[in-house]
Design a protein around this ligand. Structure first.
Ligand code: 5GP
Ligand code: ZN
Length: 112
């Protein structure tokens, strides 16, 4: 748990969230400001800043859950986007590693 980390507070239960999935290593929650009809955030329970600080096996574990999340939220068939914003120039606003799974409509590209 990192002080002043909003996602650590969500994981601890101090801030409410809508959980899509949970296990011993991670949770998946609905984004509070969804960019599309489906916008889920996957995050590890143990605080780590981003993909450069995380154990690669943990990142692989979480990516391995994306298919299940996409199927559970009904976006697997039509397609969706997986995003890991990293650091300031990568647009990461919450410095607790998270994977965005976004879908439910046709998405534009590039995002910048
Ligand atoms: P980032 O820009 O760091 O890649 O993404 C952070 C995401 O966290 C944003 O999409 C933002 O809407 C979401 N977010 C920020 N605060 C909260 C919160 O308190 N609850 C939930 N569910 N999502 C949040
Ligand atoms: Zn945290």
């Amino acid at each position: 748990m990192a002080e002043d980390c909003i996602f650590c507070k969500i994981i601890k239960g101090d801030i409410p969230s809508t959980k899509v999935y949970e296990d011993d290593k991670m949770i998946a929650i609905n984004d509070v400001a969804p960019a599309a009809p489906v916008h889920v955030l996957l995050m590890p329970k143990d605080h780590t800043a981003n993909i450069t600080t995380a154990d690669p096996e943990l990142v692989a574990y979480m990516l391995g859950k994306v298919k299940m999340i996409a199927e559970k939220t009904g976006i697997a068939e039509k397609g969706f986007r997986v995003v890991i914003n990293t650091g300031d120039e990568g647009g990461q606003t919450v410095k607790h590693l998270h994977i965005h799974v976004i879908g439910g409509k046709a998405l534009g590209w590039p995002p910048c």
